[in-house]
Design a protein around this ligand. Structure first.
Ligand SMILES: *Cc1c(COP(=O)(O)O)cnc(C)c1O
Length: 395
């Protein structure tokens, strides 16, 4: 019950999260229910995780079947679900090989380690620097944190990993200046999610790709938030027509199961030889069977095209909201990863939305972020718009 869950959580668990005062108990599709039986429409999907929504029957069935067959044996042996998932990912991307892990941060650790090893295997031991972006977010482990371009997240944990430099996102001249023969990779998100749903110029990724090629550096794209259909393409870099050398996935890949993946072209991937990297739980039969059901459902049900279409409608509605309210400074994002930049604090609006039965989120203090299940409907979007319209009118 709510009355003991909240105080017990606050006294028993590490205080790493600023939680909203609601205890969720159950979900179905785009809906969530709390312990008091109140219903909410989920416009966050566990931060761009539950793309297929909650309690999807395909995922439920795959997990139940696999749980009764084989949960774990470790990576000293071969298992079928993990290769089936790898085959799906390779078949739907630029990549030749996949490494499975358990989270986004771990996928980025793998990417950072691989980028360094590619050059160290060639004897280029001075080529270990990584250029990342200001305001980026790559995770909370020491390596992924070292690549994160936000001081407020790194504060208290110095010294971090050596060899990371930061340039402003969407600034191609700054990147050109930073690139030299000591750089092994450029690492960035196609859209900065935690950074405030910031989209770069249309040709930015193409120019980044070209600069990496000129400098002989690898391009690492962190698609942990933008991948798996979120932006209206399976991977956000498809909008730009380029491909990276290395890509990281997590969040929506398992629709809530703990799975991360690092995908790479053969030229880079072969630096990970036997013993170079690993993790006990990476790609267990249970989790990969679940994720396989997720990706097959995304494909079979045309979820990516649906996200593009619904996302375009959602963005139009947000633009209309901006016209009506001076508090709205800008509409950002692509597909179903959208943001509303306000000229006031976003947290009170998140609270009011929750009180009215809508789950949304705020990043960078004043950017409302919307990342609903990709199956969200136009009527649900209309309902949120009416809610936001009322809140902004009262404000
Ligand atoms: C969430 C996120 C991560 C970190 O993933 P975890 O699973 O929380 O470790 C890394 N990069 C991006 C872009 C993310 O959105």
């Amino acid at each position: 019950m709510t009355d003991t869950t909240i105080p017990q959580t606050d006294s028993l668990m590490a205080s790493t999260y600023a939680r909203l005062p609601v205890v969720f108990e159950r979900g179905r599709g785009t809906m969530l229910w709390d312990t008091a039986g109140r219903r909410y429409i989920d416009f966050l999907a566990g931060i761009a995780v539950c793309g297929l929504g909650h309690a999807h029957p395909a995922l439920q069935q795959a997990l139940a079947e696999q749980a009764g067959r084989l949960v774990h044996v470790c990576n000293l042996y071969y298992t079928i679900p993990q290769v089936e998932l790898a085959a799906w990912l390779v078949g739907h991307s630029f990549a030749d090989r996949v490494f499975f892990c358990n989270s986004g941060a771990e996928a980025n650790e793998a990417a950072i380690k691989l980028a360094r090893k590619v050059f160290q295997d060639r004897g280029e031991t001075d080529r270990y620097r990584i250029i990342a972006m200001e305001q980026s977010f790559h995770g909370r482990t020491m390596g992924s944190l070292s690549a994160t371009g936000q001081d407020k997240i790194k504060k208290g944990f110095y010294p971090l990993l050596e060899g990371f430099d930061f340039v402003p996102f969407d600034d191609i001249a700054a990147l050109r200046n930073a690139l030299d023969e000591t750089v092994c990779a450029v690492m960035l998100e196609p859209i900065q999610g935690e950074g405030g749903v910031v989209c770069p110029a249309d040709d930015y990724l193409q120019q980044v790709r070209a600069l990496c090629d000129e400098a002989g550096a690898l391009l690492i794209l962190d698609e942990i938030q933008t991948g798996m259909g979120r932006t209206g393409r399976l991977f956000a870099h498809e909008h730009s027509g380029i491909t990276p050398d290395i890509m990281t996935l997590a969040k929506a890949l398992g629709n809530g199961l703990p799975i991360g993946a690092m995908l790479a072209r053969e030229t880079a991937a072969r630096a990970f030889d036997a013993g170079a990297h690993g993790t006990t739980f990476g790609g267990t039969p249970l989790i990969t069977a679940g994720a396989l059901a997720v990706v097959q459902t995304i494909e079979k049900e045309g979820i990516v095209a649906q996200a593009a279409e619904t996302g375009a409608y959602f963005k139009t509605q947000l633009e209309a909201l901006k016209e009506r309210h001076r508090a709205v400074e800008a509409v950002r994002g692509q597909g179903l990863l959208l943001g509303l930049k306000l000229n006031c604090e976003g947290a009170p609006i998140v609270d009011q939305c929750l009180a009215r039965g809508f789950v949304i989120n705020c990043v960078q203090g004043n950017v409302l972020r919307f990342a609903p299940p990709l199956i969200i409907g136009v009527h649900e979007i209309d309902a949120l718009m009416q809610c936001l319209d009322e809140i902004l009118t009262e404000a």
